[in-house]
Design a protein around this ligand. Structure first.
Ligand code: F6R
Length: 611
């Protein structure tokens, strides 16, 4: 995690760095800092502080109190060493002439630190990053890039680094391995950042550093180098995300804004991909012969993206009649999975940078699978390394808790299912047409759900002070419950668990007592009666039931449940996309009433680039 940013140009650097960091705070927010070099005085000033970026920004008077036209900045999610002023980045070398910001983990830092200490080099922080600053200085003989190159040969782990040096006052050196780093090309200025949103105000011309590559940024341009430090040319891409998309635009929270943006995000994701009654996936490179040879799909993801995978298993098995396994990326990496040339690995990641997912994808490739990724962030590592990428086109998602990326991932899974079904001939024409029609109608139905949100606000006001909540459901309702439960716990800090309803009686039901809140999901008509039986069991033990169902079942459920929220009727393949929205809103309103920091929940970060 952590966010890094760098600027070199003719403007004052500190305000630009602070503004860039404000867009990266979602990546980590326990401390922040900047290092700025002032050509007039020849001084490298480092200012950093524990706490939110605002603390730093106030300390620097919005950047006005630090002069200089070149610098790097950092917002931290602590790994090595607790959040503190001294452990904040930038980290300095012994002489104070080299400053480093880092996103990632240097795995062999202890060994390197011991080596440097033996050479008499003192350390001030507990961070792995200080080792990098010290090592670069240790190797420095007048050429910063060369010193960085020597340092890279010694360090192991994941890193995106931004480095400034008082002895090379016109340049920033940037390098990356397994952590994201973007280069921005401005007029008379250059940028680096962990994420494009940090530099979108200044430039839309970017390139993506690949693993092992380095770059030297000056105000006149950027020169990139391969792992042997030979100059290379990088392709410059144009980013077409709207600047406003990364702003709150009048909403109190990014999460609420992003929930409300879902119909639009779905339109962006789905409409261009349906033409003349067919799903069209442009640049789809996996040919028919290969697709017919696929014997198994393996979905790999983390967190909410994993829940999309769970839902995808139900839909893809139904559409394609192929076995679908779903695995948490962090488990997949170490479980000796049964994967071979007959496996298509579907890798789902909003950020496209989740380290576990990236590593699992590489493992799947190594074992012979082809990889297809479903990603939101264009140009991210997973997108670039997979054999095939399908973008969700949800636009930037800033709130840590995912919403619009989740529902667009679901839409892409459905589009993919339909596309493959057509190629493999596994779906009846009428079913295919009806799902397509429903997909097109989805944004409007979602608007209807959002328009009804007052009901959810009311339920949140009734239950926001509960300590524990259970989500139950069967089949797609179970997987949806997992996402509802995660949303609630991550932003409201209420303990919550999701259970397959049928499992209740195998243990969990002992936790149900007078007033326990159970959110019962029963959108899937096929299993409605079974879901009802479980609701009755919960009620009989004194539990309060909030039920989620479709319009047609509202009345029936209303006779038993304490509260009902209904979504429009939809094809079962599309119900999860609609049904997740009330769960997002419920979590949001509960967290709001509990006074939680909704966009930046404690201990979490959006892009998890550590193992
Ligand atoms: C929860 C959430 C996380 C992410 C997970 C994977 O709201 O956002 O659980 O889904 O960290 O992230 P990506 O999708 O970027 O790989």
């Amino acid at each position: 995690m952590c966010g890094i940013v760098g600027y070199v140009g003719s403007e004052q650097a500190a305000p630009i760095l602070l503004e860039g960091l404000s867009k990266l705070e979602y990546r980590g927010y326990d401390s922040a800092g900047v290092a700025v070099y002032d050509g007039e005085t020849g001084r490298l000033t480092v200012r950093k502080s524990k706490g939110r970026l605002k603390v730093l920004s106030d300390m620097l008077d919005g950047g006005a109190s630090v002069a200089g036209r070149i610098g790097v900045g950092h917002t931290r999610w602590a790994t090595h060493g607790a959040p503190s002023d001294v452990n904040s980045h930038p980290q300095l070398s012994r002489s104070g002439r080299i400053a480093v910001v880092h996103n990632g983990i240097i795995e062999n830092y202890a060994e390197l630190k011991a080596y440097l200490q033996e050479q008499g080099i003192p350390f001030t922080s507990e961070t792995d990053t200080e080792v990098v600053a010290q090592l670069i200085e240790h190797f420095y003989e007048g050429d910063l890039l060369q010193a960085v190159g020597r340092c890279l040969r010694r360090i192991e782990g994941a890193y995106a680094l931004g480095i400034v040096c008082a002895d090379a006052p016109d340049e920033i050196v940037a390098v990356r391995k397994d952590s994201p780093l973007i280069l921005g090309y401005g007029e008379g200025c250059s940028f680096l950042a962990s994420d494009v949103t940090a530099i979108l105000r200044h430039t839309r011309r970017v390139s993506y550093l690949d693993d092992g590559e380095a770059a030297v940024l000056t105000r006149d341009g950027i020169q990139c180098y391969n792992h042997l430090m030979q100059p290379i040319e990088k392709e410059i891409c144009h980013v077409d995300w709207e600047v406003d998309a990364a702003e709150k635009g009048g909403y109190e929270h990014f999460m609420f804004k992003e929930i409300m943006e879902q119909p639009e995000a779905l339109r962006r994701c789905v409409l261009p991909r349906i033409r003349n009654g067919e799903v069209v996936l442009e640049d789809f490179r996996l040919d028919g012969e290969y697709l017919r040879s696929v014997r198994k799909l393996y979905i790999i993801a983390c967190g909410s993206s994993y829940h999309v995978g769970m839902l995808g298993k139900y839909s893809l098995e139904r559409i394609l009649r192929l076995p679908v396994e779903v695995s948490l990326a962090s488990e997949f990496r170490y479980m000796d999975p049964i994967v071979d040339e007959g496996t298509l690995a579907i890798v789902i990641s909003q950020s496209g940078e989740t380290l576990d997912t990236l590593a699992a994808m590489r493992e799947a490739k190594r074992l012979g699978a082809k990889t297809l990724s479903i990603v939101n962030v264009v140009g991210s590592s997973i997108a670039r390394e997979s054999d095939q990428v399908i973008y969700t086109w949800a636009g930037p998602e800033i709130a840590v808790a995912t919403t619009k990326a989740f529902t667009t991932q679901l839409a892409v899974v459905t589009l993919l299912g339909l596309y493959l079904a057509r190629r493999l001939g596994t779906m009846e024409e009428t079913e295919y047409k009806s799902v397509l029609e429903e997909l097109l109608a989805l944004p409007e139905k979602m608007e209807a759900v959002l328009a009804n949100r007052d009901g959810l606000q009311y339920y949140a006001s009734q239950y926001f002070n509960h300590d524990s909540v259970f989500f139950i459901g069967r089949n797609i309702d179970y997987a949806m419950g997992m996402e509802g439960s995660l949303k609630l716990k991550e932003i409201s800090y209420i303990h919550s668990e999701a259970y397959a309803s049928g499992e209740l009686k195998h243990g969990t039901i002992s936790l149900i007592e007078d007033g326990t809140l159970v959110v019962a999901l029963c959108t899937y008509h096929k299993l409605f009666d079974k879901a009802m039986s479980n609701i009755v069991e919960v009620k009989a033990r004194g539990g309060d039931v909030l039920a989620l169902t479709t319009e047609g079942k509202r009345e029936e459920l209303g006779k038993t449940a304490n509260g009902v929220f209904a979504i429009p009727e939809a094809h079962p393949l599309l119900l999860p996309c609609l049904g997740t929205v009330p769960l997002q809103l419920f979590a949001y309103y509960v967290a709001l009433m509990r006074g939680c920091d909704i966009d930046k929940p404690r201990n979490l970060a959006k892009s998890v680039t550590v193992e």
